[in-house]
Design a binder for this molecule. Structure first.
Ligand code: CP
Length: 307
């Protein structure tokens, strides 16, 4: 099994067959992760640099753990504390690291397109670990894996992506992936946080009423309000956002069915999701995090240049 691409820069350019191979391989690695000995030699003698220009908890730890489980040699680079503060460019930084014989680069950057730029200039395989407001492909893959695990199939599954769609790379990667795999997709939230023309461009439904979105869906993927990316007031206050669009237990109790609640993290408790939902029986948030390791093992394994 192999992929049609050398890099994982986004979901946009993946074929459905690539996504299926990534999810099948992740299922095999999830089985490995249940064993007493969780380590396999698949990436022995492969060197990977984790290049994080933007903060991360889940993605960074998940990639590091995936690399260790695959027996790779890893280097962790954080822009803070590096020579980036002395003015070194992204390309110079990466070329210096690559001169030390690095095979793969996992990269998070606040600039949309940064990993795509790098892919044009270096030979190593690149995995995008989140670029600005563009894409977060491994998050979409782990979300899809988690949905499949709970629901059985992505095809025909109704997924509502709720909240700050405008600033969310998770939302964009999820929309691309779910549509390619035959799911029905809706975005829901305040009109100011749903980009105009999105529905038409990506063929997704739009709903501004939270209750109607919850009634429609099998799965609600709740997005973090990304205050760090908002340079204008797009809703009146966090309290009012929570009242109109926060996922609350009584809303779920009023539904005539059970739905699955997902969130990529980090959570703003009491803003887009209340604690009794985040920690309640509908939530698979920590399953998503656990599945992230198997999904990232699959991506690293399949993109290994020596594969
Ligand atoms: N979901 C996600 O990308 O979380 P981090 O920013 O903590 O990596």
């Amino acid at each position: 099994m192999s992929l049609s691409t050398k890099h994982l820069l986004g979901i946009k350019h993946l074929q459905p067959e690539d996504i299926a191979v990534l999810l099948q391989t992740a299922a095999q690695f999830k089985e490995v992760l249940q064993r007493p000995v969780k380590k396999v030699p698949s990436l022995r003698d492969v060197t990977i640099v984790n290049l994080f220009y933007e903060n991360s908890t889940r993605t960074r730890i998940s990639f590091e753990l995936a690399e260790k489980r695959l027996s790779a040699d890893t280097i962790n680079f954080a822009a803070s504390g590096s020579s980036v503060s002395k003015g070194e460019t992204l390309l110079d930084t990466v070329n210096n690291i690559l001169s030390m014989k690095v095979d793969m680069v996992v990269m998070r950057h606040s600039a949309s397109g940064a990993p795509h730029f790098l892919a044009k200039h270096i030979d190593a395989a690149i995995i995008n670990a989140g670029d600005g407001i563009n894409e977060h492909p491994t998050q979409a893959l782990l979300d899809a894996f988690s949905i499949q695990e709970k629901v059985g199939s992505l095809a025909g599954c109704r997924v509502a992506i709720i909240g700050d769609v405008m600033h969310s790379r998770v939302a964009l990667s999820n929309m691309y992936l779910l549509k390619k795999m035959g799911a029905e997709v809706m975005v829901a939230g305040p009109p100011t946080l749903i980009p105009k023309h999105l529905a038409q461009a990506l063929d997704v439904a739009v709903e501004y009423n939270l209750q109607k979105a919850l009634q429609w869906c099998d799965v609600a993927n709740v997005l973090r309000i990304q205050l760090e990316r908002q340079n204008q007031v797009l809703f009146s206050s966090l309290r009012e956002y929570n009242l109109a669009y926060g996922i609350k237990r009584p809303l779920l109790d009023a539904l005539k069915k059970d739905i699955i609640i997902m969130h990529p993290g980090p959570i703003n408790r009491g803003v887009e999701i209340d604690s009794d939902v985040a920690d309640g029986r509908h939530s698979i948030i920590l399953d998503q995090v656990q599945n992230g390791v198997a999904v990232r093992m699959a991506a690293l394994y399949l993109l290994n240049p020596q594969h």
